[in-house]
Design a protein around this ligand. Sequence first.
Ligand code: 5GP
Length: 237
Amino acid sequence: MEKRGVLYSGKAKSVYETDDPDRLILEFRDDTSAFDGKKVEQLARKGMVNNRFNAFIMERLKEAGIPTHFERLRSDTECEVKRLTMIPVECVVRNLSAGGLCRRLGVEEGLTLNPPTFELFLKNDEKGDPMINESLAETFGWATRQQLQLAHELTLRVNDVLRELFLEGDMLLVDYKLEFGLFHGEITLGDEFSPDGCRLWDAQTREKMDKDRFRQGLGGVIEAYEEVGRRIGVNFD
Ligand code: 5GP
C-alpha cells in the first residue's frame, strides 16, 4: 500500500491517506500531550511503544470478536487501518474511581465501581471534551441511538476482555476511553488503545503505570508503558 499525504495530524498521531480509498496509515509520534494540549513534551520511544502496544491490544480484541479498524503493523511507528467516518464521541468505562470522576463528584480515588460506569464525552478540545449523554448526541446529530447502543455494548465487551488480560499481568484496568467510527455503515472501534488513553495500576502496590505519570509529573513514563507491555506479552525488540 502506498503512503500519500497527511490527512490529519492530532496531538500524538498523524493520519495519512493511501492509494486505497478505504485504508489509512496511522503514525504514532513521540509527542505526548495532556490537559487538552496545554502540556506537550516529546518522549523518546513513545511512538514505537504505543504503536506496538496498540497493535497487540487490537489483535486481542479482534480475536474476541470486536470489530476494529486495525489491519496490520507497517513499521515501528506505523500501522494500517480501515478508513472510518469517526463519531465525535468518547466512550469512557471506569472500574475504579480516578481522575475526572473524583474531581466531578468529590469521591476518593480507588473506590471499586460495581457495576462499572459508562460515560460519554464530546470530542472537542476547544470546549474541553464536555460530558454529554445519549439525548444530546442524538439531538445534535453526533450519533444515532442505535450507534450509541452498539458503542455502549462494545465498550463493555472490551472491558471484559481487557480487564482479564491486564489482571493476568497483575494490573488493574482502572478506566479507559474508546472512540468508534463507521466503516461502510458498520460500527467499528477506531483510534488506539494504549496507556495514553487508559489508567492501569499495579494490582499489589496500586502504582500508576499510565499517562497519569506524565500528567502528574511522576517521571518514568515510557519505562512504565514498556513494563505494562512486557507483563501482557507485547514484544518491543
Ligand atoms: P478522565 O475523565 O478521568 O479524565 O478520563 C477517563 C479515562 O479516559 C482515562 O483513562 C483517560 O486517559 C481517558 N481519556 C479521556 N479523555 C481522553 C482524551 O481526550 N485523550 C486521551 N488520550 N485519553 C482520554
